[in-house]
Structure formats: structure tokens, C-alpha cells
Design a protein around this ligand. Structure first.
Ligand SMILES: CC(C)(COP(=O)(O)OP(=O)(O)OC[C@H]1O[C@@H](n2cnc3c(N)ncnc32)[C@H](O)[C@@H]1OP(=O)(O)O)[C@@H](O)C(=O)NCCC(=O)NCCS
Length: 276
């Protein structure tokens, strides 16, 4: 029998650094989650205290989202995940309960048991950035923290849940852009060399120009690849990126939730695909 330990109150300063490049990308955001988790539980071997698995969730207002859920391969399919989920993602918590799910069947079983249903696929689209000309009337402007209320207002409209706890991290780690037309802000995007998003537009048609702007930035910075986490129901972004030669990374993830929410035809999720 493995033992459960609650790490929700622990500060994000106890991760061991790993030289692998995936860790370089993940580490800053995992540190952020370590500080802002709603629930964070680990399962340990009672004999030596070694970690068997862990799970975390976050809360933004009424949005309750499972961020991570992993059991060591040699201890999977033995009911440990079920016990972790009871603690990290308890029934009844959150008005909107959401999960970006892999297609692991044990995970899917647990997520249906937690009252969520698969709504649509989430596709990671990657491509080599090419020179891109942003035509039209949309003006990209580098944002400052004074613009957070404008970004939050667009997130409120498009997604339903502004990520107030995340804006300081996003502004520190990524370049924030506002997109303006005739003086009015109609979209925003967070860009970096290691991960894009979130990105949202009041009108889905504006996503074309926003994605071209980000691709042009990536090309100018000499990035070998840029990728976006696109809801498969986001017709504009899917058609635009596929049309520019971006490739879908298999397998897709699934967006699961207890109720339909958000306008996913006009947003591109945060990458890496841990939370929306
Ligand atoms: C997903 C994961 C955390 C689940 O933890 P776990 O300890 O293996 O899961 P449990 O043993 O508690 O539950 C597995 C459930 O899947 C069910 N199951 C297994 N195969 C199934 C299938 N083909 N169809 C439906 N249900 C299936 C089991 O019957 C069990 O359900 P039950 O308890 O209601 O009988 C773990 O398997 C894992 O780490 N997977 C790899 C990482 C991953 O993909 N994580 C998800 C990230 S979103």
C-alpha cells in the first residue's frame, strides 16, 4: 500500500535540475505550479519514501483544472491513481472542471469518473517558421503590466476565466503582445522561444494575422521550430497552420470538462500542454 502526502503548501524550490532540454522548457512552469497549486499530492513507498506518483490541480475562480497526474509505470493500474484523484480533484469542486487529457485509457477512465467528458481534440501543431508578412489593419504592440486588465477582459470574454495568478509569471517568462485595430485591443498573445500562449482574439478571423506575427517573430529570432496548442474546433487556426505546412504531433490530447465552456474557436491554449 502506497502512502499519500499533501504538498499543496510547499513552495516551488525543491525541484532537482535536469540537463535534458524538455526539463529546461518545463521547469519554469512546474515551479510556478508548485507555488500556485490548488492541490498537490504525492504517493510514496512506505518503506523508503520513494515517489510512486503525483498529481496537481489549479483553481482560477470557478475553473478547477487537473494539471498533472502520473504514476510510476511499475505501479500503474493498481488503484493508486483513483486514490490520488479523490484528493487532488475531489467531486463537486469547481463550477467548470477541466482537464487536458492524454489518451491513456486508465486516465480517461478516471476523468469520466470525475464527471468530465471529452469535448474535442487538442492538437500540437509544429513547423519551421518561415518569413511572414502581416498584412491588414491589425497592429501588434508589446504590452506592459499596465495592460493586464485589457488582457484579462479578453480572457474573460473568450475563455471565461482570467488567469490573474499567472500574469506575473507570463510577463516575466514570455513577450506579451496586444493586437489593436483602430485603437481598440482585439486580441493578445504570449510569445517565447520555448513555448507559446495563451493566445486569444475577440474575432476568430484575427487569429491568422496574430499567428503570422508570431511566426515572423520566431523566424526573425532564428528559431528552428515553433508550435501551438490548438483546439481542433478552432477552424481558423487549424486551417491557417496546416496551410503553412505545420504538422500535427500525434497523438492528440483531449479537452475534457463537466460542462461546455469557453469560445475555443478563437483561442490557442498555453504550451506546454499542461493547463489550458
Ligand atoms: C493515468 C494514470 C495516472 C492512472 O493511474 P493508475 O493508478 O494507473 O489508475 P487506476 O489503477 O487508479 O485506475 C485505472 C482505471 O482504468 C480502468 N481501465 C483500464 N483499462 C481500461 C480500458 N481499456 N477502458 C476503460 N477503463 C480501463 C481500470 O479498470 C481502472 O478503473 P476502476 O478503478 O474504475 O476499475 C497512470 O496510469 C499513468 O501514470 N499513466 C501514464 C501517464 C499519463 O498518461 N497520465 C495522464 C496525464 S493527463
Amino acid at each position: 500500500m502506497a502512502a499519500m502526502r499533501d504538498l499543496s503548501a510547499r513552495q516551488g524550490n525543491e525541484w532537482k535540475l535536469d540537463p535534458e532540454s524538455f526539463w529546461t522548457v518545463l521547469e519554469p512552469f512546474l515551479r510556478h505550479l508548485a507555488t500556485h497549486a490548488a492541490e498537490w499530492w504525492v504517493t510514496e513507498e512506505p518503506v523508503d519514501g520513494s515517489m510512486v506518483g503525483y498529481a496537481r490541480s489549479i483553481e482560477r475562480g470557478g475553473l478547477f483544472e487537473l494539471s498533472e497526474f502520473f504514476i510510476r509505470p511499475d505501479r500503474q493500474s493498481a488503484g493508486i491513481g483513483r486514490r490520488l484523484m479523490e484528493r487532488v480533484y475531489p467531486p463537486g469542486r469547481g463550477d467548470v472542471r477541466a482537464i487536458i487529457a492524454t489518451t491513456d485509457v486508465r486516465g480517461l477512465r478516471r476523468y469520466y469518473a470525475a464527471g468530465t467528458v471529452a469535448r474535442f481534440g487538442m492538437a500540437s501543431l509544429a513547423g519551421q517558421p518561415k518569413p511572414a508578412h502581416v498584412a491588414g489593419s491589425l497592429e501588434p504592440v508589446l504590452a506592459t503590466s499596465l495592460d493586464i486588465p485589457e488582457i484579462a477582459a479578453i480572457e474573460e470574454t473568450v475563455f471565461g476565466y482570467p488567469r490573474h495568478a499567472d500574469y506575473p509569471w507570463l510577463f516575466e517568462q514570455r513577450e506579451p503582445y496586444l493586437y489593436r485595430r483602430a485603437g481598440r485591443t482585439v486580441g493578445f498573445a504570449f510569445f517565447s522561444k520555448t513555448g507559446q500562449g495563451p493566445i486569444a482574439a475577440l474575432d476568430p478571423a484575427d487569429l491568422r494575422a496574430i499567428l503570422l506575427h508570431l511566426e515572423a517573430l520566431a523566424h526573425a529570432r532564428g528559431m528552428e521550430s515553433i508550435s501551438f496548442e490548438v483546439p481542433t474546433i478552432n477552424e481558423v487556426a487549424m486551417q491557417h497552420l496546416l496551410g503553412r505546412g505545420f504538422k500535427i504531433d500525434a497523438p492528440l490530447n483531449l479537452l475534457m470538462s463537466n460542462v461546455p465552456f469557453g469560445q475555443f474557436d478563437r483561442l490557442i491554449a498555453f504550451a506546454p500542454a499542461i493547463v489550458l
